[in-house]
Design a protein around this ligand. Structure first.
Ligand code: ATP
Length: 254
């Protein structure tokens, strides 16, 4: 098994372990995201993908090492990491549902604002140009948005903090194919703007198409890794994640 050899690692995770009580949900996970890379973690339900992102972000306690942007986080803490440029879009989106689209976005930039950065309006305009749909609906309460719009808002809110690395937990979950395509288009746009991406997905086909490098997580362990294009051709990946059966599953899910 080779490693993701990158010039400049932005995120390096070493021997990360998470246990829920006596049950180990993540075992000795090693993972690297290079600057400017899109890295994906694919795997079945319950493999530990959300657990991995939560541990990196400091939402969950873990053992092991998380090194972000050159600094080792001995105990990863959400607020510190957000301030240093790590963003997470959680699977459940977690919007403030009674608040408007625009207020949700402004809250995403709150930490920057508190530190004295007064460029909130220009950041808002950048988000609206990325997601024109959000501009149309900026006064609408988040609760009344469609699934795709909610996902756009969740991504937009994370972007307001100007992250260097954006972690996305199943951005295509529950979305129709056209909207899924839109979300993946935005992921490649973001990379062009210099944001690195760690993408967790069950939609392996779409994830391997946009990513540079990929990890397969199975029952809490990294079972395979490699350049995304190589993994997409690997017979084991094809059989388990890209074959006719999974295509059927994908259709049911969409
Ligand atoms: P999915 O694709 O279904 O979201 P996942 O790969 O993100 O799955 P996790 O949500 O990380 O998987 O869950 C990994 C394992 O840990 C599962 O077996 C799950 O039941 C278990 N687990 C997750 N959260 C908890 C918790 N708070 N307490 C106990 N067990 C948990």
């Amino acid at each position: 098994m080779h490693n993701n050899s990158v010039n400049k690692p932005l995120l390096e995770v070493k021997d990360l372990c998470v246990a829920y009580g006596k049950v180990e949900a993540l075992t000795q996970a090693n993972l690297t995201v290079g600057e400017g890379q899109i890295v994906t973690v694919i795997g079945p339900n319950g493999a530990g993908k959300t657990t991995l992102l939560s541990a990196i972000m400091g939402v969950l306690g873990s053992k092991g090492q998380v090194c972000f942007d050159g600094t080792l986080e001995s105990v990863p803490e959400v607020e510190t990491l957000v301030g240093r440029g790590l963003g997470l879009v959680p699977e459940k989106r977690e919007l403030f549902s009674s608040m408007s689209v625009e207020d949700n976005l402004k809250l995403g930039g709150f930490m920057r604002y508190r530190k004295g950065d007064r460029y909130q309006d220009s950041s808002l305009m950048e988000i609206y140009s990325l997601f024109p749909r959000l501009l149309e609906r900026r006064k609408q309460a988040a609760a009344t948005l469609s699934g795709g719009e909610r996902q756009m808002l969740a991504v937009g809110r994370a972007l307001m903090a100007k992250p260097k690395l954006l972690m996305l937990d199943e951005p295509s979950l529950g979305l129709a194919p056209l909207i899924t395509r839109e979300i993946f288009r935005i992921i490649t746009d973001l990379r062009r703007q210099g944001v690195s991406i760690l993408l967790v997905e069950q939609n392996a086909r779409a994830a391997l198409r946009v990513a540079d490098y990929a990890y397969v997580l199975e029952t809490g362990q990294i079972a395979m890794q490699g350049p995304a294009a190589e993994l997409a051709d690997d017979p084991r990946v094809v059989e388990a994640y890209l074959g006719a059966a999974s295509k059927h599953q994908e259709m049911l899910a969409s």
